[in-house]
Design a protein around this ligand. Structure first.
Ligand code: ZN
Length: 255
């Protein structure tokens, strides 16, 4: 365990979590993620640096804007906390290696996509396209660009085919194009070997979560549950434990 790196990754995670909040709010609204600086969405008042500290400011301000006292959603500190904890855990797992950099970039993109999908039901191209390119580039540098390229293409084609079959069978759209692109991004970051697990695990998590949502809602059957978060979670699990899962699987089915 390398405590300085874990501490640094956790701190940077909180700061990038703050930036992720900017992306989650602005990208679906097609606003610039750089300018203007942070401002309250209600009163437009600029937010001073001391009111913009990850997690802390939200607690100190009592979840309210200093100027107009409108509520600041708990999504802000939650995303900062998730980013800080996951980057810290990744640093503990990988240490000071290229894998840590790849993991931090991937988790940063996946958390942003998860929160945007939960809020808007969209997985914007502005994130998935650069994500696919970044995954390919990182694999070119430190992995296998062939595996990554096949992964990106297969990821898109697999879900595209599933969606076409679903449409033919039921006459309804089951998945969006954003889901195809997210799976392509995961294939680019981790190679095609990741796809069977991600498709299977995300479907299982999705079915399970869908049943819980169905059982707890009185609105009846609605198929509009975003799929992106399940893909993101399955992707995170495979990134960290993929090798261990393959090893475990081969004990039963030697291939
Ligand atoms: Zn305000």
């Amino acid at each position: 365990m390398n405590l300085p790196i874990i501490a640094l990754a956790t701190l940077l995670g909180a700061l990038f979590g703050s930036f992720a909040n900017v992306c989650v709010y602005r990208i679906p609204r097609r606003e610039s993620i750089l300018l203007p600086g942070s401002h309250c969405p209600h009163c437009q008042h600029a937010i001073a640096w001391y009111d913009n500290l990850p997690i802390l400011s939200w607690l100190l301000l009592g979840a309210r804007c200093r100027h107009c006292h409108s509520t600041i959603a708990w999504r802000y500190p939650l995303l900062e906390l998730l980013m800080a904890l996951s980057w810290g855990a990744l640093a503990a797992h990988y240490g000071y290696t290229p894998d840590l950099l790849i993991a931090c970039i991937l988790f940063f993109l996946l958390w942003i996509l998860t929160f945007i999908d939960l809020e808007t039901g969209l997985l914007p191209n502005a994130i998935t396209y650069p994500g696919i390119a970044t995954g390919l580039l990182l694999q070119l540098l430190w992995g296998s660009w062939q595996n990554a390229l096949i992964g990106a293409l297969a990821g898109y084609v697999v879900f595209w085919s599933v969606a076409k079959l679903f449409l033919l069978a039921t006459g309804r759209e089951g998945m969006g194009y954003g889901d195809f692109k997210l799976l392509a991004m995961l294939g680019a970051f981790m190679g095609w070997q990741a796809l069977p697990f991600i498709v299977l695990a995300s479907s299982l998590i999705g079915t399970f979560a869908g049943l819980i949502i169905l059982a707890s809602s009185r609105r009846g059957m609605r198929s509009e549950i975003p799929f992106g978060p399940y893909l993101a979670v399955a992707g995170m699990v495979w990134f960290i434990w993929g090798d261990a899962i393959l090893h475990w699987y081969r004990q039963f089915a030697p291939l």
